[in-house]
Write a protein that binds this ligand. Structure first.
Ligand SMILES: Nc1nc2c(ncn2[C@@H]2O[C@H](COP(=O)(O)OP(=O)(O)OP(=O)(O)O)[C@@H](O)[C@H]2O)c(=O)[nH]1
Ligand SMILES: [Mg+2]
Length: 207
């Protein structure tokens, strides 16, 4: 599929939910974008779809406090989850978000995979690892998007990618039976888009 003609450019905002009783019908295929607060999740959605203001981004961490759904095609969705781990929000709010994320992950039948977005300067933080461990236990496919790659030199970014792949192999996927992939990405420089599309194409059945 050529870069200009990908299905993601037809994405539209569906709805925003603050509780799981409001989730869209659990049918078809869905991919969730998760990660630490301020990692660049919403920016990645905009870059992947090529639609600038589709998902709201912010310099203030903790901007996305609800689950935002985007429809790519009939019964194919992306879900932008609230970021976890932001230190400055009150504990109760933090717990509420974490619970929303966990409940969503546990009950969502149409979930085909998780894109875990990590700032490539701070990959595999504690909560990322907790989430990865959960995915391994649930045999949920994961794609690690190491974003803000523009903040590192080319060689530095390549090293991070290599390190992350090594960590995954050693600590999370020793048997090699799980589908965990990783890539570099930059919303600023618009790099890594086609690699991300290839992953989504597989999960959302666009092949
Ligand atoms: N240099 C650079 N900055 C980025 C990149 N992606 C995101 N940012 C910046 O990082 C900040 C956070 O981006 P968001 O996309 O809002 O992050 P988020 O993960 O959705 O944040 P929450 O919704 O608060 O959890 C913004 O100031 C973005 O402009 C990138 O690839 N490169
Ligand atoms: Mg966001």
């Amino acid at each position: 599929m050529s870069d200009q003609n990908h299905p993601y450019r037809r994405a539209t905002f569906m709805l925003s939910v603050a509780s799981l009783s409001q989730l869209p019908v659990d049918e078809g295929a869905e991919v969730a974008i998760v990660g630490r607060s301020n990692a660049g999740k919403s920016s990645a959605i905009n870059t992947i779809t090529g639609i600038n203001a589709l998902a709201r981004t912010s310099k203030t961490p903790g901007r996305t406090q609800q689950i935002n759904f985007f429809e790519i095609a009939d019964e194919r969705r992306l879900a932008d989850l609230p970021g976890y781990g932001y230190a400055k929000v009150p504990l109760r709010t933090k717990q509420k978000w974490m619970k929303l994320i966990e409940d969503y992950l546990q009950r969502r039948q149409s979930l085909r995979g998780l894109i875990i977005v990590m700032d490539c300067r701070r990959p595999l933080q504690e909560l990322d690892c907790q989430l990865l461990a959960w995915c391994c236990a649930a045999k949920m496919p994961v794609h690690l998007l190491l974003t803000k790659a523009d903040k590192l030199s080319r060689g530095g970014a390549a090293n991070v990618l290599q390190e992350v792949r090594k960590e995954i192999k050693e600590h999370f996927n020793a048997s090699g039976e799980l589908a965990i992939s990783a890539q570099l990405f930059s919303s600023l420089k618009k790099t890594g888009i086609s690699e991300a599309h290839t992953c989504l194409d597989g999960w959302l059945n666009f092949r």
